[in-house]
Design a protein around this ligand. Structure first.
Ligand code: HEC
Length: 152
């Protein structure tokens, strides 16, 4: 019994440490996530939007517009620069956990690869990389990100 309680509190400790509750709160209960993406020209909520969250929204908008193009048979380049992902401040520092940088690099690679090929397969690989990082550091928006996939 003591052992059991210990296991429970240990897993709770790791949950808190990995910040998944926190991230779900920030990423999932954000009412803006349920409205259709619109171009981000200004800071929408100066009190609550981290640099990283704003960059993520920009990426979401960029992909949503590429998706529309690709479905009409027009694969165009992603011209926005998302390298700020490495330095952008997150809502909470623990969101940028150990695996963050590796996934961010994978994302940069997939973006380059897409720009070289500009087809649906390369596009879907970008979206899969988004999801892979989110599984590790921020599960809240995964459903929304999955909607960016193009199923043929
Ligand atoms: C390297 C890890 C990583 C990758 C890759 C990544 N994300 Fe994120 N994403 C995060 C983290 C961490 C947050 C939480 C940011 C914060 O709250 O400061 C986030 C937040 C978000 C949000 C919520 C923003 C808000 O309004 O609060 C969306 C939507 C999102 N990401 C979409 C995407 C899309 C689309 C991609 C792929 C193009 C992507 N993400 C790739 C880690 C990642």
């Amino acid at each position: 019994m003591i052992r059991f309680t210990w296991v429970i509190s240990l897993s709770f400790f790791f949950m808190v440490l990995s910040g998944c509750g926190h991230c779900k709160m920030f990423c999932h209960k954000n009412p803006k996530l349920d409205t259709p993406p619109k171009p981000q020209t200004a800071v929408v909520n100066p009190n609550g939007d981290s640099e990283l969250a704003l960059l993520m929204r920009k990426m979401t908008d960029a992909l949503a517009s590429k998706k529309l193009g690709l479905m009409k048979g027009e694969g165009t380049e992603i011209t926005e620069d998302f390298t700020g992902i490495f330095t952008a401040k997150a809502t909470s520092p623990h969101m940028k956990n150990k695996s963050f940088e590796g996934f961010a690099q994978a994302l940069m690679y997939q973006l380059e690869n897409y720009n070289a090929i500009k087809n649906i397969r390369a596009y879907n690989s970008i979206v899969q990389t988004c999801v892979a990082c989110h599984q590790q550091s921020c599960p809240g928006p995964i459903d929304r990100i999955n909607k960016l996939m193009i199923y043929l």
